[in-house]
Ligand binder design. Structure first.
Ligand SMILES: Cc1cc2nc3c(=O)[nH]c(=O)nc-3n(C[C@H](O)[C@H](O)[C@H](O)COP(=O)(O)O)c2cc1C
Length: 227
C-alpha cells in the first residue's frame, strides 16, 4: 500500500514481486495517475482521516474518483467508523472502506491504553491537522501533508509557531520524547482522526467489522431518511 507521494517508481517492482498494489490518494489527479500507472485498488482518503492527510473532504473526493475510475475498486477513507459511514461510502459508489481511527480503539491495537482512553473521551471537534508533531519527531513531511492528531497542550503551545519550534528544536524534541515515553498525552500525540468522536468502546477488531457490516446492511435496507 503506497501513499503520500509519487507512486510511479514503486508500482512496477511491487507488481513484479507478485503483490497487488493499493494506492491511497488525496486528490482526483493523484487517483487518475495511480490508475494510469497500474494500481489495483485506489483508496480515496479525505482530510478527516487520522494520521497524515491532505485537504479534500471524503464525500466529494470519493464521489469524484468513483465517477472517473470504474475499472478497479475505489475504497473510501477518512471519518468512517461505523455502519452508517460504510453505508454512505457504498452509496457514493465506493467498493468498501478503509478505517484507521476505529481500529486504534480495539483490543489488538498497540496504542497505549491511556491514548485509547483519550480517543474515547474526545469529540471530532478536538483533532487538528498540524506539522508540529512531525517537526518534533524529526519527520520531514512536505506540504500539503499534515498529521491529524488529538489537540493537546503541545499543539496549543506550538501550532502556528512552527519556525519558533524549529529554532528551539533540541530542547523541545527532548521534552517531546520524554512525554511520549511516559505516555503523557497532554504533550505526546494521540494519532486519530475526526472519527474519534464515534468511539465508545474498545472491542476486538473482528467484532468491530461484524458490527459495522451489520449496521450498514440495516441502514441500506431501510427507506431513505430512517435511522
Ligand atoms: C494511528 C494511525 C497511523 C496511520 N499510519 C499510516 C501510515 O503509516 N501510512 C498510511 O498510508 N496511512 C496511515 N494512516 C492513515 C490511514 O491509512 C487511513 O487513511 C486513515 O486512518 C483513514 O481515516 P480514519 O482514521 O478516519 O479511519 C494512519 C492512521 C492512523 C489513525
Amino acid at each position: 500500500m503506497l501513499s503520500f507521494g509519487d507512486e510511479t517508481p514503486y508500482i512496477g517492482p511491487t507488481k513484479d514481486a507478485g503483490a497487488a498494489v493499493i494506492c491511497q490518494v488525496q486528490t482526483l489527479s493523484q487517483a487518475l495517475s495511480a490508475h494510469d500507472n497500474g494500481a489495483d485498488v485506489i483508496v480515496a482518503q479525505g482530510s478527516e482521516a487520522g494520521g497524515h492527510g491532505a485537504i479534500r473532504g471524503t464525500i466529494s473526493l470519493v464521489r469524484e474518483v468513483v465517477d472517473r475510475i470504474d475499472t478497479i475498486p475505489v475504497v473510501a477513507a477518512g471519518g468512517i467508523a461505523d455502519g452508517r459511514g460504510l453505508a454512505a461510502a457504498l452509496m457514493l459508489g465506493a467498493a468498501g472502506v478503509l478505517m484507521g481511527t476505529r481500529f486504534c480503539a480495539t483490543q489488538e491495537s498497540l496504542m497505549p491504553e491511556q491514548a485509547k482512553e483519550r480517543a474515547l473521551e474526545a469529540s471530532g471537534d478536538e483533532t487538528l491537522q498540524s506539522s508540529i508533531v512531525d517537526i518534533l519527531r524529526d519527520k520531514d513531511w512536505p506540504g500539503p501533508y499534515k498529521l491529524r492528531t488529538l489537540q493537546n497542550d503541545t499543539l496549543d503551545q506550538w501550532h502556528g509557531r512552527e519556525q519558533q519550534l524549529v529554532d528551539e528544536i533540541d530542547e523541545q524534541r527532548e521534552a517531546y520524547e520524554a512525554a511520549f515515553a511516559a505516555h503523557d498525552f497532554d504533550h505526546a500525540a494521540v494519532i486519530v482522526g475526526e472519527a474519534t468522536g464515534m468511539l465508545r468502546d474498545i472491542p476486538a477488531a473482528g467484532d468491530v467489522i461484524e458490527e459495522i457490516v451489520a449496521e450498514a446492511e440495516a441502514c441500506l435496507a431501510r427507506p431513505p431518511g430512517c435511522l
